[in-house]
Design a protein. Structure first.
Length: 115
């Protein structure tokens, strides 16, 4: 029989960046992975947002506030889903480099440099 955990599992993809760093239930690797994914999503939002702007104004493209909100929602969801599905590789590269820095960094000890 498997023991039941009283602590609910935390899914890092549902945490905003400001709550991600202080979450004690996530490992440093999970925090770095999610921060990299969210950074990649921000970059993709910028790229997709610019790409979805119509090049030519037309009577068929509505220029209303509702259309702008809908377009932003589509861009945000598309960028988020792209990064959750593997993204463009930027997050993987960032995670690899940051995790390598974390493992090679000297651990802080109780002694200071001037002791």
């Amino acid at each position: 029989m498997e023991p039941i955990s009283l602590q609910p599992r935390v899914n890092a993809t549902h945490l905003p960046l400001d709550r991600l760093a202080g979450n004690a239930r996530l490992s440093e690797v999970q925090k770095v992975a999610e921060a990299g994914r969210q950074f990649e999503a921000i970059l993709l939002r910028q790229i997709l947002g610019e790409g979805m702007k119509p090049v030519f104004k037309s009577e068929f493209t509505r220029q209303s506030a509702q259309a702008g909100i809908y377009q932003d929602m589509v861009v945000n969801q598309l960028a988020d889903n792209l990064t959750k599905a593997g993204g463009i590789g930027l997050a993987k590269g960032l995670n690899r480099d940051l995790n390598r820095q974390n493992t090679s960094a000297p651990k802080a000890s109780g002694a200071t440099a001037h002791d």
